[in-house]
Design a protein around this ligand. Sequence first.
Ligand code: SF4
Ligand code: SF4
Length: 102
Amino acid sequence: MFDSYTLNTLRFYPERCINCRRCTEVCPHGVFFEGESSAVLDSPERCMECGACARNCPPGAIEVQSGVGCAAALMRKALTGKGEETCGDGSCCGGDESCECC
Ligand code: SF4
Ligand code: SF4
């Protein structure tokens, strides 16, 4: 069975969530959706580790190691002109066929 927790660094602690819904607004891959009392981590395998959710989460209910995966590769390529625009090996999404970034 595919286990995204072994393939990316996204961690969600719902007990800390204050349900502000910022993560659902900023995530470009729809990883979180709105829940009744807290955000719901819906599709962790789609996380590209951009870090936007964690940076915008007031109580620190989300942790992710940004700077890896396709988002980092895109920024590196744009800023330096070097390297590839994708992680190149499916490591950001675990080779998910629905992922459009690599
Ligand atoms: S790190 Fe980026 S892609 Fe991953 S869940 Fe957070 S906002 Fe979405
Ligand atoms: S940004 Fe953080 S506190 Fe706000 S809904 Fe998402 S997980 Fe909960």
